[in-house]
Design a protein around this ligand. Structure first.
Ligand code: E4P
Length: 225
């Protein structure tokens, strides 16, 4: 499962890229609004940090298919080859996906709340389909199960579309989808940090250090003891 950062804060992205095995960035219009910069300024900075080969997902804002297609082309022109255009999976969105896939533009079908939306997006040529795991949970349904079902629908129907699960709020949601082998998950920085935060691990590592320093002296390691 690919790990992607769901954020547009360049400092957070730099930091996560330094420490975590992450492979790209997703944004949406609300995430860009939080960055409080011109969208292409911040997206250019993100492209610079992650490099030309990494996946960058950028959403169209238009509502009509023809406008989405034009917007998608501008996004790709400005942000390079490995840019996935996020298209909301509406009726107009499906029309736009069919047109964009014919032109070889990479598509992430977004705003997915039901498996049927994902199936239609896959048939319309989307490369990724992004179910909103936590938002589905908040509707009283099961977001993890929906994402698994979408993964199975793609495999059982011979579609090349992969799940890019989105909208996570905790480690358990990520773990369950990781175990299931879905294609990718896009995760906000605080949830990524939470995947490795564990007081028992910290205390185990501190005990090793203190025992070794008791043997060899403060600040000593296997390099200089
Ligand atoms: C991804 O495609 C979505 O834009 C995003 O993950 C939604 O996350 P949220 O529910 O935390 O806003």
């Amino acid at each position: 499962m690919k790990f992607i950062i769901d954020d547009a804060n360049v400092e957070a992205i730099k930091n996560l890229y330094e420490f975590f095995p992450v492979e790209g960035v997703t944004t949406n219009p609300s995430i860009l609004a939080k960055a409080k910069k011109h969208p292409y300024e911040v997206l250019g900075e993100i492209r610079e940090i992650i490099g030309a080969d990494a996946d960058l997902h950028v959403q169209v804002v238009s509502k009509k298919a023809e406008d989405m297609v034009r917007e998608a082309k501008v996004i790709c022109e400005k942000l390079g080859q490995n840019t996935y255009v996020k298209v909301p999976t509406t009726r107009e969105g499906l029309k736009a996906m069919k047109a964009l896939s014919k032109e070889g533009i990479k598509i992430t079908a977004t705003a997915i709340y039901t498996p049927m939306q994902a199936y239609l997006a896959g048939k319309a040529g989307a490369d990724y389909a992004a179910p909103y795991v936590n938002r589905i949970d908040n509707l009283g349904a099961n977001g993890v199960e929906a994402a698994k079902k979408i993964h199975d629908i793609f495999k059982n129907n011979g579609l090349k579309t992969e799940v890019l699960a989105a909208s996570f709020k905790n480690s358990q949601q990520v773990l369950e989808l990781c175990e299931y082998g879905i294609g990718a998950a896009t995760i906000a920085p605080d949830v990524i940090e939470g995947l490795i935060k564990n007081a028992s691990v910290t205390s185990a590592v501190e005990a090793f250090t203190s025992d070794f320093e008791g043997l060899c002296g403060k600040g000593k390691t296997m390099e200089n003891c």
